[in-house]
Design a protein around this ligand. Structure first.
Ligand code: GDD
Ligand code: GTP
Length: 416
């Protein structure tokens, strides 16, 4: 049998997702109409013999998370549980801490997935690859090719041999190593815990040797348990013939910033044509544009429940969250409109898309920083929850924090 573990992080993470992550944990933010995590879960339940999905993170259990768990358990009829780390233990520390829960029931293999990625999740292909190419007990990383430009900007690099085993692994290197990056989706066997355990033992020894190394001795246990899968485990495993990379041609993107959530929505909406046509609004053309009697929505627009759309409204490349009101003739382009926000008549809310170059098949979205050279980088416009935009104003490339009543237009600003 198989299991899957999704690394959901915790409240200190997702900073580039503010102010939206103030209202809802980032992994539950809706992408293409469903919580980001649900795409992972839907992919897992399609894998034959999948018995349990574990979410590992350091969020306090909260109402949204509990409601989400209940909903997905009921919908997918599979055990889905949340395991809470006592503190951020890193991408390998959390799974090591909960290793007994992961191996309970004797899975022969399990997937580990970062929550903040959007992907076609070629999980069965990874299983097949492991059977066909891997040594028994080998570990598989999902990889994708990126264009050179992206490598210079962000980069997580793998170098692989012809048959696919990882020769060299460098996390976020500063020079060119290879054009394959780690997608944050892995297939492991329980053997991985020996390798993480070796790092844990070493950390523990270091802790005994240097108990006061910058931290209170009482924090020592945390120092030993905080382990990074990429730097601490993969780097050591590379070149040993145990770590393989399965390169996918299917879609993949990170979801770090709110702008990348709009891009990820587009990727999933494209996939819905074959996987979930019922989730797409239809009109005669069945295409990406929806013509209401007096409004035009699309392409790449997701509308939450209870949203009111007035006459003459135009929306494209945007996410409108539940309870929002777009009054007559307002226009929303490349923006996220927060829960219960209102956009006045003839107002225009517009942002700058951060999409990768559409002419480059290997281009990936840049993980933008909010500021460059002391200035706000032009990006999508984000309205936090319960923001009121008056009539006939323009809000351009701005981020508006929750519960604001604006009285004029703004351009390139963060409105606190
Ligand atoms: N449970 C738990 N505990 N989850 C964590 C922790 C932690 O302490 N720290 C991070 N995560 C989760 C995040 O929520 C996210 O889903 C995932 O682990 C990876 O987050 P980061 O550690 O911020 O890494 P990254 O996104 O910069 O890079 C990783 O992902 C890339 C693909 O998107 C690396 O694995 C890269 O190699 C990879 O290319
Ligand atoms: P492209 O050149 O292909 O981008 O198309 P386009 O010029 O038709 O622009 P777009 O698809 O963005 O706009 C489509 C419709 O939105 C048009 O019918 C416009 O009337 C309408 N539209 C554009 N800007 C505004 C605006 O500020 N307010 C309102 N209410 N509608 C707008």
């Amino acid at each position: 049998m198989l299991k899957a573990v999704i690394l959901i992080g915790g409240p200190q993470k997702g900073t580039r997702f503010r102010p939206l992550s103030f209202e809802v944990p980032k992994p539950l933010f809706p992408v293409a109409g469903v919580p980001m995590l649900q795409h992972h879960i839907e992919a897992c339940v399609k894998v034959p013999n999948m018995k349990e999905i574990l979410l590992v993170g350091f969020y306090q259990p909260n109402e949204e998370l509990n409601k989400f768990l209940l909903n997905v358990q009921q919908e997918f009829k599979i055990s889905i549980r949340y395991l809470q780390e006592y503190s951020a233990l890193g991408t390998a520390g959390g799974i090591y801490h909960f290793r007994d829960q992961i191996v309970a029931g004797g899975p022969e293999a399990f997937f580990i997935m970062n929550a903040d990625v959007c992907s076609a999740f070629p999980l069965t292909d990874m299983l097949r690859f492991q059977k066909d190419h891997g040594e028994p007990n080998s570990f598989v990383i999902l990889g994708t090719t990126v264009s050179l430009l992206f490598i210079l900007v962000v980069c997580w690099i793998l170098k692989r041999s012809k048959i696919g085993f990882v020769l060299h692994y460098v996390e976020k290197p500063s020079t060119f190593v290879s054009d394959i990056i780690n997608c944050g989706i892995y297939l492991f066997t329980p053997d991985i815990f020996q390798h993480i355990g070796a790092v844990f033992q070493k950390n523990q020894q270091d802790m005994l040797l240097y108990p006061f190394d910058g931290e209170e001795p009482s924090n020592g246990w945390h120092r030993a348990e905080a382990i990074r899968l990429e730097q601490d485990v993969f780097t050591a495993l590379a070149g040993q013939g145990k770590l393989y990379v399965y390169k996918t041609l299917s879609f993949w993107s990170q979801i770090k910033s709110a702008g990348s959530a709009i891009y990820a929505s587009r990727l999933y909406l494209n996939q819905y044509h074959t996987s979930h046509a019922e989730r797409l609004a239809t009109n005669e053309e069945g295409g990406a544009l929806l013509f209401l009697p007096d409004a035009k929505l699309g392409p790449n627009v997701s509308i939450g429940t209870g949203v009111t759309i007035g006459a003459g409204v135009r929306v494209r490349e945007s996410i409108i969250l539940h309870g929002a009101t777009l009054q007559d003739h307002s226009c929303v382009l490349n923006s996220i409109v927060g829960w219960d926000s209102t956009i006045g008549k003839w107002a225009r809310v517009e942002g700058t898309p951060s999409d990768p170059n559409p002419n480059d098949p290997y281009a990936k979205i840049d993980s933008e920083t909010l500021f460059r050279d002391g200035k706000l980088t032009p990006s999508i416009t984000i309205l936090g929850c319960n923001v009121n935009i008056p009539s006939e104003v323009v809000i351009l490339n701005s981020i508006v924090l929750p519960h604001k009543d604006l009285n004029r237009g703004f351009k390139n600003q963060i409105i606190l």
